[in-house]
Ligand binder design. Structure first.
Ligand code: SF4
Length: 323
């Protein structure tokens, strides 16, 4: 079945429903426009689909469920297998010819790290072979407990890339969008080229990375005089970091600031109405970074909070990761 540019395997989808007569379907933002297509397909095959009507952010994004739930588009997080009792995944794929990487061959150094994200990761070995045929030495880092495939990165887990960073001159990220690329560049401190299989374009993310770092610096500065912090815990199972939140609360108190724990499933600007001066989000890193403009009050990552309190130097800025 075609969903925008991507394909999902109908047989796999039916298989994943098991013997259930009713399933919840969770779709990422880009696929919500295909709700009725999926619903009608399942209905024709004797299964009632309940389309989840709130935003879905990733394989991390679930709480306990009674009805079987199928995530479309995402790859499972292996470490959550035991917790995913009633949850299945049907990945989306985009078929592309790796030869478009020829455009990046002359720009990157000799030793390259390769990384990718779910819809494009199935071609990463083919991409490696192609780049090797074009004279490069190519490394693909091992998967982590949160990623299913070697070379796969998440917006909160760049460990497959950081594990090979000292062996390479730079990275090629086979993916679309800047969020993963900027995180990859900050986490590895290497040049990153984004090779987009959809547009076949190659882009560098340096400018966007500098812009983001300036924005983060300004947000830390804005929070500098805050006396009372809300430390947010993500309720979604794959984002919950209780221990880190408690650590952040203690750290605030050691530095003479007040702090209270908060919990949310979707973190929205509702928090701006609370009487906290600023927030530290221990949930998905995207909340503080990607959604920054949605909040009136500053929302920091735990690493930024350490910088604010003088526990870490700005030159040691790191992208928040859930490892
Ligand atoms: S925590 Fe955030 S970045 Fe990580 S997988 Fe979930 S949605 Fe993606």
């Amino acid at each position: 079945m075609k969903l925008k540019y991507y394909e999902i395997d109908e047989n796999e989808l039916l298989k994943k429903t098991g013997n259930e007569k009713r399933v919840v379907i969770k779709l990422p933002e880009g696929f919500i426009n295909y709700s009725s297509k999926i619903s009608e397909f399942l209905s024709k095959n004797g299964v009632d689909a309940i389309i989840y009507a709130s935003p879905v952010y990733g394989a991390c994004d679930f709480v306990s469920v009674d009805i079987k739930t199928i995530f479309i588009g995402e790859a499972e997080m292996p470490y959550l297998k035991k917790v995913y009792k009633n949850i299945e995944f049907v990945e989306a794929r985009y078929e592309y010819d790796v030869k478009f990487l020829r455009k990046v061959v002359d720009s990157v150094g000799e030793k390259i790290g390769l990384a990718s994200i779910t819809p494009f990761i199935h071609k990463i070995k083919e991409a490696k072979k192609f780049l090797e045929e074009n004279g490069k030495i190519v490394y693909i880092g091992k998967k982590s407990r949160r990623t299913k495939y070697d070379g796969q990165i998440l917006g909160c887990d760049f460990s497959s890339a950081t594990s090979i960073a000292n062996m390479v001159d730079g990275f090629i990220l086979i993916g679309d969008g800047f969020f993963h690329a900027i995180g990859l560049a900050i986490a590895t401190r290497k040049n990153v080229f984004i090779a987009n299989p959809l547009s076949k374009e190659i882009k560098k993310c340096d400018e966007m990375k500098e812009k983001l770092l300036k924005q983060r610096y300004a947000i830390i500065a804005k929070a500098m005089d805050a006396k009372n912090f809300g430390i947010i815990i993500g309720e979604k199972k794959g984002q919950t970091r209780y221990h880190l939140a408690i650590e952040m609360k203690k750290l605030a108190e050691q530095h003479g600031r007040k702090a209270s724990l908060m919990m949310a499933n979707n973190i929205t600007n509702y928090i701006d109405y609370s009487d906290f001066d600023a927030f530290v989000s221990t949930a998905c890193p995207r909340v503080a970074i990607d959604d920054a403009m949605k909040f009136k009050k500053p929302v920091l990552t735990p690493i930024e909070f350490e910088i604010l309190l003088g526990e870490r130097d700005w030159n040691n800025y790191e992208f928040d990761q859930i490892l």
